[in-house]
Design a binder for this molecule. Sequence first.
Ligand code: MN
Length: 429
Amino acid sequence: MADPVNDPALRSFIDVPVDSPFPIQNLPFGVFHRPGYESPHLGVAIGEFVLDLAEATLAGLLHVPALPLGFLAAQTDLGEFMALGLPIWRETRSRVSKILRSDNSILRDHPPLRMRCLPASADLAMLLPTRIPNYTDFYSSREHATNVGTMLRGPENALMPNWMHLPVAYHGRASSVVVSGTDFHRPRGQTKADDADAPTFGPSRSVDFELELGVLIGPGNALGTSISTSEAADHVFGMVLVNDWSARDIQKWEYQPLGPFLAKNFATSISPWVVTLDALEPFRIAGPTQDPEPLSYLRCTAAAAYDIHLEVTLQTSSMAKTVRISLSSAKYLYWNICQQIAHHTINGCNLQTGDLLASGTISGPTPDSLGSMLELAWKGTRPLTLLNGETRVFLNDGDRVTITGWCQGDGYRIGFGEVTGCVLPAFPV
Ligand code: MN
């Protein structure tokens, strides 16, 4: 039976435009700071507003019987809630849906209560949804891995021999995961030109974005245990957009033999609203056919890909508005999140609540669906010409990159909002 919370016919008393990411069928969770309040509050996005879960709880509107009294009002991030598991998340989302429905008069017809519980999102500062203990970045797009491999090794050896057999990943840096809207300084580091004898030190000249999606882990697993592909979805609290900023020149010099380090750990941006797998359920699809068939621990019986439309826009400091530079989809990902989680834990590695598992750069099969500047400008050989005549091979100071994403339903969208960030000049040393 379809989840009634996902019924396309549901309407909220709050007017939600058809292209809004946050209709009543979505109800993503986030954390915000509200002017006049000391502590951050949990919230659920609805159109241009946010249901303040703390105020709704204190006003007696939101009671989840399975939660201790006042639980949702006492939290300053989503961590403890995420650890509680799917039945609690589902019950909470269902009760929030009832509060916001067009036929429920409690908030609809009481302006003072409505002002208290439903602040405009424009008045709030969004925060990271949870403390992120660990960040793992996969490499799950076949098109992206093929493009990068072709640039490095030529088309005959584009994919490494392991790639079709396991979801390749590296352990990233969790401390520099930042929420959308956080700008960062161009990193400095060692680079070495191909024709130079020795490396030099200075600001990176190849700052790039990476279009990715990430899952945030709900309940983890104990050290020494593993999570199967069929159990994996129950360990996922939800998904966010990810921009895994990268310095290609630093990466090129440092990455062998152990992989990315300073080229990646200066900033990784995520969108603030966590979209639950329940909300994404109508858009779950079969992924690409996997040939060769993966080893048994990586096989999935259920479809585990998601049809999520993704866009990247760029705005340089001299442009009045943004220009779209990539249009892609999560459906292109070869390895799905259940396989990523099963692989991550098959050796007994313990996932923890709040862990961020990102997909890796998502590229599609066409030149306009590439998920990084490295690919869009093909290692600097095909500069991108923007609408105002500027060209780019990588990102300049003052460039702002924004990623948006949504699932298109019949007359509504299950959206992620956006993740945005701007490259500031390298800080003085
Ligand atoms: Mn990445």
